[in-house]
Design a protein around this ligand. Structure first.
Ligand code: AMP
Ligand code: ZN
Length: 144
């Protein structure tokens, strides 16, 4: 637990949040600055900074809750889709350094579709050679 971490404060009951779900390992609450109606955050109670630190068994617990909350949030706000977003490190845009998974209900043509669409459709590296993909695949495989 980190004394200055906003999500540790919520987990310990020192700070308020609109809680959706909690158990011994996982906490789900509404994002204070939602990207869309029904935007929730799924966090481990324990303080881990990012995906490199969170133990695999905790990730499994977190993602089974992500599945349940995604269905419930979709039903609740009548969303047409759900985006799952998880950021690690400042370069990726992480602002709160307590691991968290965003569940963001989506609607056709909603305000965030441009930003997310641009991220997925821009394809910074266009038409790479198959040999380049094979090479980077091999290197990542060696680091598993
Ligand atoms: P990220 O960029 O993935 O680190 O996002 C952090 C998210 O946490 C943002 O969407 C914030 O709106 C949200 N947030 C920060 N502080 C709180 C808080 N005390 N309660 C709920 N959500 C928060
Ligand atoms: Zn924390």
């Amino acid at each position: 637990m980190s004394a200055v971490c906003p999500f540790c404060s919520i987990a310990s009951g020192k700070a308020q949040a609109s809680i959706v779900y909690e158990d011994a390992t996982v906490l789900v609450f509404m994002d204070l600055n939602p990207a869309n109606f029904g935007h929730t955050l799924v966090v481990p109670r324990e303080h881990w900074e990012n995906i490199y630190e969170v133990p695999e068994n905790v990730l499994a617990d977190l993602f089974s809750v992500v599945k349940r909350v995604s269905s419930a949030a979709k039903k609740t706000v009548g969303a047409e889709g759900i985006s799952i977003l998880q950021l690690n490190g400042r370069a990726a845009g992480q602002t709160v350094t307590h691991f968290h998974i965003h569940i963001i209900p989506r609607f056709s043509g909603d305000a965030i579709s441009k930003a997310l669409g641009a991220m997925m459709e821009h394809h910074g590296l266009k038409n790479p050679e198959k040999s380049d993909l094979d090479e980077i695949a091999k290197k990542i495989r060696e680091n598993l």
